[in-house]
Design a protein around this ligand. Structure first.
Ligand SMILES: [Zn+2]
Length: 1132
């Protein structure tokens, strides 16, 4: 094995994931480096093949991590046994070895081995060998489970590998963690851009926009040009149906002088397709002309664009120019980018021309290229059905609807069962499930297929799949097929002849492959209504193909059929199961080509970490001295306010204890108040703090609260023109959430926002009530229908579902929910706010024992009162309160509300279910399907809140609410001064940062105020607050040192009284004490250090302001000590 020269060695040491995209190893001018990289890979592979890791701390830690994922399984035990055997086996080697290796050497050795895995990952990545890179990185991760987050180049590398292999969920997770850990990372702009692309793909447009804007901010070099990023932003508008903004964005790009031909082709393509699809862009004829014109320009700019040719074909097909359409499709296929979509469209065209055999062949091409191509399978089913071949049609429909169930056998029967079971939860599109049921009925009565099939028009699906089809098609298809999986086939040798039912092949490939779920973008298929042939239900690929981001994603190479890995389960299994196959053999020293262990000393760039020396026992002087030792060549990052060296926060696993049927439906903690004394007893507060949620019945009566002050009548009299936010929602039966278009129960719920006034909403509320009275007298049965359902606690049986669905269809009307009415203005709402002072202190809007009263400024709806005005069915979708604070909710009446709640310990489980349903936990509107929760062992409280009842929502409790009758509610947040409340609040504060979600409670600012204002005698609470002070003070000092080293002056600015705390105008993170101000569009915008550096790496042109004197912060920090009470309370 060749040895590296000193220079080469230095070069290789230098190389890591950060060079990805900047060092083009396929370029012949880098041939030498390429050879060097390949040679090093071979060396590393040999080293690793012969290497081993001692059964040292790293490994056993890691073992625990594995067990965490596979709790209590026999496999887990087995693994333990194996490793202890290993342990035994290593001993003889030790005694045989010439010299006894000290534990330090062993540790070093293991580090070399593990770091070699990371280096291997980097080098494969630079060569564009993504699967190999991912595999090496995953092995590295196994050994670094407990501290991988100190190696930022690794996180970036694995993120890029996931991204390139289209494992978006994992790539997003890695990149979010990376930005959280190191917002100033060298390639942060690349990370923002890729996050933007992926989040756009996943339908999280708001966050996607944020990341793309942040990517634009950078002045650093990027693998994407500014114009390419702007193209992505325009496309983001397009997928959100903001057509005007999208069109403007595209046209802006066309006017740019230095636009590349390729980008020009993309812009013309998008514009052309928009003209084809978007009705508001003009009259149809004119639009079609524009569409053809732009698509032709796109092809001119990039004659190789199969995509544009394909779309051109679609446009021709749309105006019945069949011949031109065929030509364009053919060209598209020939441009080597022909894909399943093209073949599917060709099939549609043939089918419309009444050429079933040709249509069959085209569809077969489509499904052979993409075995999960739903539209092609459906069309194929329709084709067979129209030719009376019901059995084949049935098989095709099943393929169109199949869900990939990991580990399932592919037998037809099992699939049928699976589908039957999941029909309602996973959901088939309505038409399809009807067809399947219909065919099942037909087939069960039909004679054996061998008898009926004596004269078939088309060959059966098995034959069609296996027999060579028309030569011309076949050769084209082969040609196309070769092009498509080019990036994956290398590693997946399982490429034999495809079986008739493609299900089974998926589970055989080494990495479970499947198409990225596109449900989120809602693009999938649209019925072509204008077709005149028998195939009236033919599905063409979505008219909203523009919403499909593949073609707008420069890196995806337009290969939507590339095999992908998607779900968390699959990957995590992949990571953790590999454990058993990795060889942990004793390292033979000869295996090293030389004895310089340091050759493989590729320790991650960010591993040095001095922060371990910081602890809350330090006083401010010691702290300042320690900060002086921190390096200032790199800018300090946002600090975590959790403990020192904390891993990036992530949703917790659910408690493992298996719950019984009864425990899944726990009784709601409730208490009935008789009188004022009850309301003010300390036991009431204790009761509330003890439970995830509690309902305090009869509160208004006991306190003689005048609820009439909050009735619609009084509100209208007081402030008729006051603003009301309106949510327009679908009226649903009480515990269900249906997607009417798909006929299935879903998590996503629709809630469109608009605004009105109290007076207008009051009118709506009243007329809605009048209407219902009329309806009921018309129908002739009294009582509210909704009311009768709400009491039933039993889970829904199948017959019930059908029944309710029917009912729902009839009732599917829209309703308007008046929400977030701001009652903060003391002048406008004096009588109302005064009345609320009758409440006991722990429930009051303002009180010394309420953390939110120490923020020092208003946080609307949190430390002020909000009002909700409801008609039956008004829904507050699932959520936790902002920063996990507690909340108080009083029903004013006259109607009831129904509540659902999940204890905070299970929020990670709810989060995962949201993810499974492709909906954002933080940003999305979701209404949980109760059965899904029970299946995941997640308990749900469910109860009715009557007028005058107060609901206490404890910290972190996930809840969703809907009104049964007509009623108003008032609500606000409180923060009891407990360790639990504080720790949940800062945990969420940190997780929000990972998710790029703004924390509307400024926890750092609040913590400093708490330190000034209160005495803490609870040790846990004290330590948490002190840690926050320590971390922020350290960060402030570090930032100041850094800024001074840049030669920038910090000016004292102070703070105004009740001045709001500050947030970064770019990334929305809280900015404490050191503000970076830059004028943007004539406004002075506050920035955090990281964003300021993006705008100006030298900080030139940025004003740096200080809010507090350092001496003041030092004083607060030093004088915040644990308060010893003389009382008995804390001695027990
Ligand atoms: Zn920022």
């Amino acid at each position: 094995m060749g040895q590296l020269s000193f220079e080469d060695d230095c070069l290789i040491r230098e190389l890591d994931s950060r060079y990805y995209g900047f060092l083009d190893l396929s370029n012949s001018k880098n041939a030498e480096i390429r050879t060097l990289v390949q040679q090093t890979i071979t060396n590393l592979q040999n080293y690793i093949a012969n290497g081993q890791v001692h059964d040292s701390k790293n490994f056993s830690d890691n073992k625990n991590a594995i067990q965490k994922f596979e709790p209590l399984t026999q496999e887990g035990e087995h693994m333990e046994n194996t490793s202890s055997q290993n342990n035994d086996e290593t001993k003889p080697y030790d005694t045989n070895a010439n010299e006894k290796v000290s534990t330090i050497d062993e540790k070093l050795h293991d580090d070399h081995y593990v770091n070699a895995l990371c280096k291997l990952g980097h080098l494969h990545l630079l060569l564009g060998e993504y699967s190999e890179a991912l595999s090496a990185y995953q092995k590295y991760l196994r050994f670094r489970e407990n501290n991988y987050w100190t190696n930022h180049a690794f996180i970036y590398g694995i993120g890029v590998a996931y991204f390139k292999l289209r494992c978006f969920k994992w790539a997003i997770k890695s990149f979010q963690e990376l930005l959280y850990l190191s917002p100033n990372f060298t390639c942060a702009n690349e990370v923002h851009l890729r996050l933007g692309l992926m989040l756009k793909h996943c339908g999280e447009f708001h966050v996607a926009q944020k990341h793309l804007q942040l990517a634009l901010l950078y002045t650093y070099p990027s693998t994407y040009s500014e114009l390419q990023v702007k193209f992505q932003i325009a496309h983001l508008y397009e997928v959100q149906n903001k057509h005007k903004a999208a069109k403007d964005g595209y046209e802006f790009l066309l006017n740019e002088k230095n636009i590349s031909l390729e980008l020009k082709a993309d812009v013309y393509r998008q514009l052309g397709w928009m003209y084809h699809c978007v009705e508001c862009l003009g009259e149809k004829k004119e639009r079609e002309a524009n569409a053809l014109n732009f698509l032709q320009k796109s092809i001119e700019a990039d004659p190789k664009s199969g995509q544009s040719l394909y779309l051109l074909g679609r446009c021709y097909a749309g105006i019945n120019k069949v011949h031109d359409a065929f030509l364009a499709y053919r060209n598209s296929v020939e441009k080597s980018e022909g894909n399943a979509d093209t073949w599917c469209s060709i099939g549609v065209l043939y089918q419309q021309q009444n050429q079933p055999t040709d249509a069959l062949q085209a569809y077969i091409c489509a499904v052979q290229l993409d075995k999960d191509h739903k539209a092609a399978w459906t069309n194929l089913g329709i084709l067979y059905e129209s030719c009376g071949q019901l059995r084949d049609a049935y098989a095709c429909y099943l393929n169109a609807t199949k869900q990939i169930i990991p580990g399932s056998k592919s037998s037809l029967i099992r699939k049928k069962q699976a589908i039957r079971m999941k029909k309602d939860t996973i959901g088939l599109s309505k038409g399809l499930s009807q067809r399947i049921t219909f065919l099942e009925g037909q087939l069960s009565q039909a004679p054996l297929p061998s008898i009926t099939s004596k004269r078939r028009q088309l060959c059966s699906i098995e034959e069609a799949w296996n027999l060579p089809i028309s030569l011309e098609m076949n050769s084209r298809q082969q040609q196309t097929a070769q092009m498509l999986p080019r990036q994956v086939t290398k590693q997946s040798p399982v490429q034999g002849p495809p079986p008739p039912y493609p299900h089974s092949q998926l589970s055989q490939s080494p990495i479970p492959a499947k198409r990225i779920k596109e449900d989120g973008t809602g693009h999938q298929e649209v019925t072509q209504n204008n077709s005149q042939t028998s195939a009236q239900n033919l599905i063409n690929i979505s008219e909203s193909l523009n919403q499909r981001n593949f073609n707008a994603m420069p890196e995806s190479n337009k290969n939507s059929e590339q095999s992908v890995v998607d779900t968390f389960d699959e990957i995590s299994n992949d990571i953790y199961k590999q454990n058993e196959t990795i060889k942990l053999e004793r390292l033979s020293h000869d295996a090293l080509s030389n004895n310089e262990d340091s050759r493989y000393d590729y320790i991650g760039a960010d591993s040095a970490d001095l922060s371990t020396t910081f602890k809350i026992q330090m006083d401010s002087k010691q702290l300042m001295a320690a900060v002086k030792l921190l390096p200032i060549d790199e800018p300090p990052v946002h600090c975590t306010v959790l403990q020192v060296n904390a891993p990036p926060p992530s949703p917790p696993d659910c408690p493992p204890q298996k719950l019984t049927q009864d425990q899944l439906l726990p009784p709601t903690p409730s208490v009935h108040l008789e009188n004022k004394k009850n309301a003010f007893s300390p036991q009431l507060q204790e009761f509330c703090l003890k439970h995830p949620i509690a309902v305090v019945r009869g509160l208004a009566g006991a306190l003689k609260l005048d609820l009439g002050l909050f009735s619609t009548k009084t509100l209208v009299e007081a402030n008729p023109d006051h603003s009301v936010e309106v949510r327009t929602q679908v009226h649903q039966s009480p515990d269900e959430n249906w997607d009417t278009s798909q006929g299935k129960r879903v998590w996503a719920c629709i809630s469109h926002r608009s605004h009105t006034t109290i007076a207008k909403y009051a009118q709506y509320q009243a007329s809605s009530f009048q209407d219902s009275l009329k309806d009921e007298s018309d129908k002739g049965f009294p009582g509210s229908q909704a009311m009768s359902d709400s009491d039933s606690k039993d889970s829904v049986s199948n017959s019930n579902i059908v029944l309710k669905r029917k009912k729902h269809k009839i009732n599917s009307k829209m309703l308007r929910f008046g929400t977030n009415v701001d009652l903060s203005d003391e002048k406008k709402w004096k009588p109302q706010l005064t009345e609320l002072q009758k409440l006991p202190a722990f429930a009051r809007v303002i009180s010394a024992a309420n953390m939110l009263s120490h923020v020092g400024h208003v946080i609307l709806g949190m430390n002020t009162v909000q009002l909700y005005m409801k008609v039956p069915g008004s829904r507050t979708p699932g959520h936790q309160e902002n920063n996990n604070f507690c909340s108080i909710n009083i029903n004013i009446g006259p109607g009831d509300c129904e509540w659902f709640a999940v204890p905070d310990a299970y929020w990670g489980g709810v989060h995962n279910l949201c993810e499974k349903n492709n909906i954002s936990y933080l940003h999305g509107s979701w209404w949980p399907v109760l059965e899904d929760l029970y299946k995941e062992n997640i308990p749900v409280y469910r109860f009715i809140q009557k007028p005058g009842d107060l609901v206490w929502v404890n910290a972190g409790c996930v809840h969703w609410v809907q009104s049964i009758g007509w009623c108003n509610n008032i609500a606000w947040n409180v923060g009891p001064l407990t360790a639990r409340q504080y720790s949940l609040a800062i945990e969420r504060y940190e997780w929000n940062k990972v998710q790029a979600f703004k924390s509307i409670v400024p926890m750092v600012h609040l913590s400093w105020n708490l330190a000034r204002n209160i005495k803490v005698s609870d040790t846990k609470l004290f330590e948490l607050i002190k840690m926050c002070l320590l971390q922020t003070l350290k960060n402030v000092l570090h930032i100041q040192e850094y800024v001074k080293s840049k030669g920038v002056e910090i000016r004292f600015n102070g703070r105004g009284k009740n001045e709001a705390s500050h947030y970064c105008g770019q990334c929305e993170v809280e900015v404490f004490n050191v503000l970076f101000i830059k004028e943007q569009e004539k406004r002075h915008v506050v920035h955090c250090l990281s964003c300021a550096l993006k705008l100006s790496p030298s900080l030139q042109g940025i004003v740096c302001l200080e809010e507090y004197r350092l001496s003041e912060l030092q004083r607060v920090y030093d004088s915040f000590t644990l308060h010893r009470t003389q009382g008995l309370a804390y001695t027990q």
